[in-house]
Design a binder for this molecule. Structure first.
Ligand code: PAF
Length: 322
């Protein structure tokens, strides 16, 4: 509660120019995270194109609540913009869950080209039916496991591991199949739960592990890259519906600029993050290709269910894309 109040004050601290239309933009991470950097790039791009027609009030660090609540705020029109992971998105647009399938993307370049291509753009078009307008795909990077129990080198090492997952059925099914004890939880609860030992671990990309300083509450990092983690820039339909064509074009361009900033951040943290975390005391192990294959093989059962739910053809064409 104290944390939400502090974040709300940060939001209130941003000056919105007199006469400008206020845009409240909420995101789960700090201002110096990939989300914060993208939100700033978005704001600057809009200021460059439209002067002070709009003023942005940032609510970093879950200052407007968890990602689910913020998305609901967009639907209601009480929040104008957000940058979120696909964590809870499949509760709003179920088809998006295909991008959460473990080991589907082979590299950042592969994921970026699918999301920027026809498959990703067709997916963005589905958001309007859920009462949310999607501008562009950004990203967080590949997710890795952190925990306080010990290094993880094989699926058996996750046996009974109390691991926080996002409120995401695709991820939950995968961790259940590995034998772990997945505990879905909204992000604002996670650090406290790790501190209190209510959970052993969590999984997130380096962008989050570094920017949220998880090294303060987690000892072991396993670089398993079990799933790519897209992010998406969303606006409320009530804001989108009010914009004229020039303003819409400026918002679309601002989203492109924000994605470039977000991906630039991810590239940097992918290159330097492991060293940072080691210097902060984390013990790091990286899975070999064979070790990763053992995790992929352990997911045979959920994979059948993913193919049934999302379509084998779609999953095959994502994997075949370059
Ligand atoms: O783990 C999550 O819930 C997400 O990756 C986070 C940290 C909220 C960023 O979107």
């Amino acid at each position: 509660m104290k944390h939400l109040y502090a974040a709300a004050l940060i939001g209130a601290g941003f000056a919105v120019p007199a006469g400008a239309q206020e845009i409240k933009i909420g995101y789960a991470l700090a201002e110096d995270s990939h989300y914060g950097v993208a939100a700033k790039a978005f704001e600057q791009s809009i200021a460059g194109a439209l002067g002070d027609q709009f003023g942005f009030r940032h609510f970093p660090s879950s200052g407007l609540g968890g990602e689910r609540e913020v998305i609901e705020g967009l639907q209601l029109g009480t929040v104008e913009m957000t940058i979120v992971s696909t964590g809870t998105l499949s509760n709003f647009v179920p088809e998006v869950g295909v991008f959460d399938v473990p080991f589907l993307f082979s590299s950042l370049d592969h994921a970026r080209s699918v999301l920027d291509g026809q498959i990703g753009q067709d997916m963005l078009a589905k958001f309007d039916d859920a009462g949310i307008h999607a501008l562009a795909w950004g990203e967080q990077g590949f997710r890795h496991i952190t925990n306080n129990r010990g290094p993880i080198a094989a699926p058996a090492d996750t046996d009974g591991l109390k691991i926080r997952t996002m409120e995401n059925p695709v991820h939950i099914a995968a961790f259940e199949a590995l034998g772990a004890a997945p505990t879905p939880m909204a992000w604002p609860e996670v650090i406290g739960a790790l501190q209190q030992g209510a959970i052993d671990g969590q999984e997130n990309p380096l962008s989050v592990i570094v920017s949220a300083k998880l090294s303060e509450v987690q000892k072991y990092l396993t670089l398993d890259g079990h799933v790519y983690s897209p992010a998406v820039i969303l606006v409320s339909p009530s804001l989108w519906g009010q914009l004229d064509d020039d303003q819409k074009a400026a918002f679309d361009q601002a989203a492109i600029d924000a994605v470039a900033a977000m991906r630039g951040y991810v590239d940097e943290v992918e290159a330097s993050g492991v060293e940072t975390l080691k210097s902060e005391g984390m013990e790091v192990n990286e899975l070999s290709a064979e070790q990763k294959a053992a995790f992929r093989d352990a997911l045979a059962e959920p994979y059948k269910a993913y193919e049934e739910q999302f379509g084998k053809d779609l999953m095959d064409s994502i994997q075949a894309a370059d």
